[in-house]
Design a protein around this ligand. Structure first.
Ligand code: SF4
Length: 490
């Protein structure tokens, strides 16, 4: 049996990091973890090809080679999936779809004839039997959230790891919170389901044996969702680091209540965690209450960010404008909050009603839904009727994002971050591609593009005040180049 696994191309967004990746000679930020995990659930003796359309062209020859084609997609991949379904139909290749996009609309007009809805661990055996028999059903529906001990090792051997800036692993699914705009609870449940420390270390060890030495993104819904398990896992990672002397570093997604857990922060830093993405959302307490993000109201939000930075972690932040309780001054308030806290990577988005979120249901009940969400919350469309005037909201959103990534404001924010951040924990050695990227950035940011004077002032001040964090500062400067290009196109 020949199985072709396709990861659709992600459109250019803040998350794609495409313009930054060029500096380090990589083609994509993250590998297709879902597809490789799916491949791990299928018989080893079958033949597999992985085509990640973010790194490689999908040819007709690839499709003709396959007995079955599988695609894993999120909402943002809708157009790419429709195009793939058309090509599969023309070439007579059965297509099986899975991933979050198909949770929302398993039978929509996407043209995908076979769909797996939900997590695949408990339906994989049935799917394999039907693939063998050549009698695929239109729908395979997981009846519950599976135990993660059933999740196999991802088939990393099917991928050219060198094309990626970061590898991905997962330690848990689900989140104990239930923010109104978020679809995680509907997709993965409210009780965090976790891998055992030995299962997680097994995944890291496989990457290490395959030669990976770079950053690893722990793509959990909320890494600290189960704090006891998180501690055990971090202790296991610290022990594994000491045994293997790996230079791998980690980044993850979590919630801001981690600021109140000094022991957990210490363990994360000792385990090699360098960055954490937090849904900070808004400095408006009314808007936080509106979306039930109560964990962001437990302490002073700006102080919490400072505590995490001082512990040795860079805070990347998600921010949202367009809540019902937002006043017209929200744009200025967001700008001041982001600048003051030194959240350099600030992903600001317009509120979107994701299908399956509580917000979607509420707005549908209020008759305010307009179009389906496109899945990119940093695009400039709104899929519901906002309380603030739509044009005012979109226009000021664009201005806010462009202002945040203007060279002068951006470099100023990095300075604030470097002052707050204590560089601690294992230090990865500088690699040749990183040194090359630093030199390329000097040409691109310091000579070829606007903002060159701000750039050189920033370089000089970093060397004078934070020479030990020069590498971090250069990486952030390069990422700013990507964000600036995306912001200009909004
Ligand atoms: S904390 Fe994050 S993952 Fe959890 S429900 Fe809120 S937005 Fe979703």
């Amino acid at each position: 049996m020949r199985i072709l696994l396709v990861e659709p191309r992600t459109p250019e967004t803040f998350w794609s990091l495409r313009h930054a990746l060029r500096f380090v000679g990589k083609r994509a930020a993250n590998p297709p973890l879902g597809l490789l995990t799916m491949a791990g659930m299928l018989p080893r003796e079958w033949s597999y090809r992985v085509v990640d359309q973010n790194t490689t062209m999908l040819s007709d020859a690839d499709l003709q080679w396959a007995d079955f084609v599988m695609v894993s997609a999120m909402e943002i991949h809708r157009e790419a999936v429709v195009a793939l379904a058309g090509r599969c139909r023309e070439l007579g290749r059965p297509l099986i779809g899975g991933g979050p996009m198909f949770m929302a609309e398993p039978d929509a007009s996407l043209g995908v004839p076979h769909v797996v809805v939900g997590e695949a661990e408990e339906v994989a055996a049935e799917l394999v039997a039907d693939l063998r028999a050549g009698s695929l059903r239109p729908l395979y529906q997981a009846s519950r959230f599976p135990d993660l001990s059933l999740t196999p090792l991802p088939r990393w051997d099917l991928l050219d790891l060198r094309l990626y800036a970061t590898m991905s692993v997962q330690s848990c699914r689900g989140c104990p919170f239930d923010c109104e705009f978020c679809d995680v609870v509907a997709l993965n449940g409210r009780r965090p389901r976790t891998k055992s420390p030995s299962q997680f270390i097994g995944e890291l060890e496989l990457l290490r044996v395959l030669g990976w030495r770079g950053p690893v993104f722990v793509v959990d819904d909320n890494f600290i969702g189960d704090r006891k398990r998180c501690r055990e896992l971090l202790e296991a990672v610290i022990d594994w680091r000491a045994r293997t002397r790996t230079p791998m570093t980690f980044l993850t997604e979590a919630s801001v209540n981690m600021a109140a857990e000094p022991e957990l922060l210490e363990l994360m830093v000792a385990a090699g965690f360098k960055k954490v993405f937090l849904g900070l959302e808004t400095p408006s307490a009314e808007s936080l209450r509106e979306c039930r993000k109560m964990q962001n109201l437990r302490g002073d939000l700006a102080e919490s960010v400072g505590v995490i930075q001082a512990a040795g972690l860079e805070v990347m932040g998600g921010f949202i404008v367009g809540f019902d309780n937002d006043e017209p001054d929200i744009f200025q308030r967001q700008f001041e909050f982001i600048q003051k806290t030194g959240v350099v990577t600030a992903m600001v988005g317009l509120l979107q009603a994701m299908p399956r979120s509580r917000l979607y249901k509420r707005l549908a009940g209020e008759g305010r839904l307009r179009t389906a969400s496109h899945g990119d919350n940093t695009g400039s469309t709104i899929n519901f009727e906002p309380r603030l005037d739509r044009d005012f909201l979109v226009g000021n959103y664009r201005k806010l994002v462009r202002r945040l990534y203007e060279p002068r404001t951006y470099y100023q924010r990095i300075r604030v971050f470097l002052d707050a951040h204590r560089s601690r924990g294992p230090r990865p050695a500088l690699t040749w591609p990183e040194i090359g990227a630093a030199f390329r950035s000097m040409w691109v940011l310091g000579v070829a593009h606007r903002g060159r004077f701000a750039y050189w002032r920033f370089v000089a001040s970093t060397l004078a005040r934070h020479p030990d964090q020069f590498g971090v500062a250069m990486t952030l400067a390069i990422m700013g180049h990507h964000f600036r290009i995306v912001a200009a196109g909004l």
